[in-house]
Design a protein around this ligand. Structure first.
Ligand code: ZN
Ligand code: ZN
Length: 439
């Protein structure tokens, strides 16, 4: 508060006057902190239930049933089977105002849990034809529990709300099994952002590496776009002893790979935004003395800025085609290959508007600007259509040093449950504050 007041008088009076009023508004909801404490044990109990009973992407049948049953018990209008196993509920205040969506992803992963917990998962299943253990190894169990908690608090405050809240429990964030579609993209296609039209969406991800009690934000790109691509380099086959009779796709591919590496290192202004071009697969040839007729390269592009994304796409086509041409070969570029994720892009204006809510909820010292990450998140499909914010919430115990925190998607993955309380408060306060400002 001191800092805000001080800057208000000096640098950006208009912007920060808004911020100060929002901070005060967020503090006018003392109930939220009290209620989050009152329901903390319940939230932990929910989380443990989901942790012990994880289900794979597009297979979240029991998870969805449990969520839907609870939301119905709150008296909400509940829709099931959205994008196969998704659950959507509407809380209608009966008063005019915006429609705020809150999203939690609900799927587990094909990982066998090795953490020694009384509620550890022993669930087994099959994934793409393989026998696997199933574990909430990304923390989506905490996301479900936090959003159920926020739903409980917001429902109890119905009389104070303006507009509607849409609770979106989304399946298959980790990606649908082979041959299936799923997740946010399908929910959007099925109309989850309309009827009623959603104005704004908020989502959180718990982080095993960030300390409990902290929230991490970033304006603009916070997680990367993913664009897998394939290049088929077509040449002419010959005996390996007579290369002059060939058009060699292997040498051409080698040059294309090196050429692609210069896009990020020589064309992208990396001080503005990071980017990655990776070739992860090369297939070509059958034996040492045959120059094959074609080679296949498969890779992935990660970007955090729409203009850079566009530039890299064009440059991949340009480099592959020009280099192939210079070798008398032909390159056929498929970009995107089979799927594509947009940038998880936090709307700048909304981030500015909501930052004081984060500070008021977590404390200014616990509200931290984070670096973007080159991993991806399908929350981006919602943000592609409407303004939204995606934030990270701390789930690392204060007793665990940062460099010893287990990674997401590993058998050792673990979350300190005391971190969920802040998540519940953030989802609730973001909703209340946005409604207060846009009624
Ligand atoms: Zn994950
Ligand atoms: Zn995740």
């Amino acid at each position: 508060m001191f800092k805000l007041k001080k800057i208000t008088r000096t640098l950006f009076p208009l912007l920060l006057l808004t911020s100060v009023s929002q901070t005060i508004q967020a503090k006018e909801q003392p109930n939220v902190a009290t209620m989050a404490t009152q329901i903390e044990a319940q939230v932990i109990k929910w989380r443990r239930h989901f942790h012990q009973n994880p289900e794979l992407s597009n297979r979240e049948f029991e998870t969805a049933k449990t969520i839907a049953k609870y939301l119905k018990s709150l008296g909400l209008e509940v829709q099931t089977g959205v994008a196969k196993t998704g659950v959507v509920a509407i809380l209608d205040s009966g008063r005019p105002g915006p429609v705020v969506a809150l999203r939690a992803d609900i799927d587990g992963l094909p990982v066998t849990e090795s953490v020694n917990l009384p509620f550890a998962s022993t669930v087994k299943s099959t994934y793409n034809g393989q026998d696997v253990g199933v574990m909430h190894a990304c923390g989506h169990d905490t996301h479900i529990a936090m959003l159920m908690g926020a739903a409980k608090i917001l429902t109890s405050m119905k009389d104070k709300l303006h507009g509607k809240v849409k609770f979106i429990f989304q399946p298959a964030e980790e990606g649908a099994p082979e041959g299936e579609t799923g997740g946010a993209e399908v929910m959007v296609k099925e109309g989850v952002l309309s009827n009623p039209n959603v104005d704004v969406i908020f989502g959180l991800h718990i982080s095993s590496g960030k300390e409990v009690g902290t929230v991490h934000y970033r304006s603009g790109g916070i997680m990367a776009a993913v664009d897998p691509f394939k290049i088929v380099v077509k040449g002419k086959q010959s005996h390996g002893a007579y290369p002059w009779n060939s058009i060699d796709p292997i040498v051409t591919s080698a040059q294309i790979i090196m050429g692609l590496q210069t896009i990020v290192s020589r064309e992208v202004k990396l001080i503005d935004s990071a980017a990655v071009v990776t070739i992860g697969m090369i297939h070509g040839g059958t034996r040492s003395n045959i120059i094959p007729s074609e080679v296949e390269l498969v890779g992935t592009i990660r970007t955090l800025n729409p203009n850079i994304r566009e530039h890299i796409h064009q440059s991949v086509h340009n480099k592959a085609n020009s280099i192939a041409k210079s070798m008398n070969a032909q390159a056929v570029v498929t970009l995107p290959l089979d799927y594509s994720y947009p940038i998880t892009y936090n709307n700048e204006q909304l981030m500015t508007e909501m930052l004081p809510v984060l500070q008021a909820t977590a404390g200014a010292e616990n509200t931290k600007l984070t670096n973007p990450v080159t991993g991806a998140e399908d929350f981006s499909f919602f943000q592609e259509k409407i303004p939204g914010l995606y934030l990270f919430v701390g789930g690392r115990s204060k007793d665990t040093p940062a460099n010893q925190a287990p990674d997401h998607h590993t058998p050792e993955f673990e979350i300190d449950e005391s971190g969920m309380k802040l998540g519940v408060k953030l989802l609730t306060n973001l909703t209340l504050d946005y409604m207060g400002n846009h009624k």
